[in-house]
Ligand binder design. Sequence first.
Ligand code: PMP
Length: 404
Amino acid sequence: MSQPASPRPRIADRLAPFGTNIFTTITALANQHQAVNLSQGFPDFDGPEFIRQTAAEALLREPNQYAPMPGVPALRRAIAERFTRDTGLPVDADASVTVTCGCTEALPAAVFGTCNPGDGVILFEPFFDIHRSSIVMAGCRPIPVTLHRPQHAAGVGIVREPFRFDEAQLRAAFASGPRAILVNTPHNPTGKVFTREELQLIADLCIAHDVIAICDDVYERLTFDPVLPHVHLATLPGMAERTITLSSAGKTFSLTGWKIGWAVAPPELTRSVRAAHQFLTFSVAPALQIGIAAALAREAECVSPLVATLRANRDLLADALVKLGCDIYFPPSGYFVMADIAPLGESDDFEFVQRLIATRKVAAIPASAFYHTRHLGRTLVRFAFCKRPETVAEGIRRMAASIG
Ligand code: PMP
């Protein structure tokens, strides 16, 4: 049979613009140069041993066939009780909790389950890349609202004011008739913790325009500033019935490879999430779910040492980056610090990161990858501090020789 002169592309139009995701690209480059990896957000240490022990025993003693589609009952109960403790909202473990393959699956499950092709979905930029890909893979239209960097003079060092959205841009986004909004607080990559006032405005607009809120709260336990606690959007009046709250065990227990995430939502929205989840992964490894049920029973003892380590790492890395001449946006939560490389005379985050990896053997993420409007992130670089203190110290030592 004769071939047409130019064969049709083998990748779907909706995915072609994405290319290879930034984490895969940078990690490959980091490995090639044996760089200290301060790029991708995963710890280089393991989560608590009792959790791994519980899962290992379950692997040997319990059935290893498909778990129930919504999740193992013991884990769903633990998630429901935790959510009620955190929010005061009643949660039915059977009707309102769905265990997913990480928050990475919960995001598309929530969007596919609630939005129709062509619908607009608001998201804040910069964003964790799966937020945008979930919208695009659903055939929906991303409506970006910018989290603007705080104004500051170049070379000031530590910038403590938060990234902020512009109320008029948010109102205009809602006025365009979106179906849903994705909110990520605490936020990756900026570490921003949305304030109650900001969430109240989002809530008012969701109610006024009958919009569903999909909240990605994976960093909910990793906040460092007591005056900026995590607020659940679902707790604001009128929001519980229109909010899908997503979270994950990966960050809270330093077990990112397990990919145990979940969605908590009222029954009607849970039915929508499950309508998609049943066709995406159907269910998740049962032994790992049993491990996380045990973890949630002893959560506080796991989280407090982790938060102490992350806070100390953040302080070390922030201080070092400032000494190297960057301005940094001091993050009150999470795994990452964003550095502005403009004071170093740099104007291209990709070029800078490639040079950093090749010459200093330290990997970070060029942050324009997190923007819909790329140029807004052209001088921003994201460094991860969710590593052993020795790893962060080694990264700092290598960079200190002279950055770039
Ligand atoms: N949401 C955000 C904001 C994240 O940073 C990440 C992980 N980097 C995820 C979701 C993915 O979560 P999981 O590892 O549970 O799939």
